[in-house]
Design a protein around this ligand. Structure first.
Ligand SMILES: C[S@@+](CC[C@H](N)C(=O)[O-])C[C@H]1O[C@@H](n2cnc3c(N)ncnc32)[C@H](O)[C@@H]1O
Length: 206
């Protein structure tokens, strides 16, 4: 059975704010400056959808966004967001099942891969890789371990909590860097947050 974030939809943002302050938001907002005007954008695992409002603050119109979120309750909250005059197609499904007619200029995966085992990571990565145009950008934010003792404790607590509540399959962080490396992506820019526990990177497909 796959992860089900429905149970956490109503308190997810508050919980994340309680534990991380604005770090999870800042890590994603930092990336959004790299979204070009007029782009075809794919957002996978957008949660409650606040990212749509942050994107709208930068581009009030002109974006064509495909917003894919597997949890129906998360999706319901996302649909209420202010999207300005941008066009958003909302798809309530697992992103690996979505086969749009177009290829995208830019893909955003905000704290998506930390849910997955290595096997699912590879499957989802390959799917998104095929949906991104050559020289397209991929904005990824996620947790990383840089050797600080508390990071492991926090990470384990999160996995335990979300496994019990939302049935996530992961029990350790997948090696997402490896997927980008194997597929020849170039890191354009990166920034760490929350004492390096969070990393935001802009990758370019070559
Ligand atoms: C850790 S939460 C992050 C939510 C949001 N990006 C944020 O930072 O607030 C992961 C989100 O990805 C969604 N998700 C998990 N697996 C997915 C999949 N295969 N396709 C699309 N969404 C997925 C979950 O329902 C959840 O909303």
């Amino acid at each position: 059975m796959s992860a089900n974030y429905n149970n956490s939809a109503w308190f997810y943002d508050r919980l994340s704010h309680m534990v991380y302050g604005r770090a999870l938001i800042n890590a994603q907002v930092y990336l959004l400056q790299y979204v070009p005007a007029g782009a075809d954008v794919l957002i996978a695992g957008g949660g409650t959808g606040w990212i749509l409002e942050e994107l709208t603050k930068i581009h009030l119109s002109g974006l064509q966004i495909t917003y894919v979120e597997i949890a129906a309750d998360m999706m319901a909250l996302s649909k209420k967001r202010n999207i300005g005059s941008n066009k958003v197609i909302f798809i309530n499904d697992a992103v690996e099942n979505v086969n749009p007619d177009i290829k995208f200029d830019l893909v955003i995966t905000p704290f998506l891969f930390d849910n997955f085992t290595e096997q699912t990571t590879q499957k989802v990565f390959n799917h998104l890789h095929n949906l991104l145009k050559p020289v397209g950008l991929w904005l990824n934010a996620d947790f990383q371990l840089t050797g600080k003792w508390w990071q492991n404790i926090l990470l384990r607590s999160m996995f335990l909590f979300f496994r019990m509540l939302c049935n996530i399959e992961a029990s350790k962080l997948p090696d997402i860097d490896k997927q980008f490396e194997l597929n020849g992506y170039k890191v354009i820019i990166e920034k760490a947050f929350f004492s390096d526990f969070i990393i935001s990177r802009v990758y370019q497909k070559l």
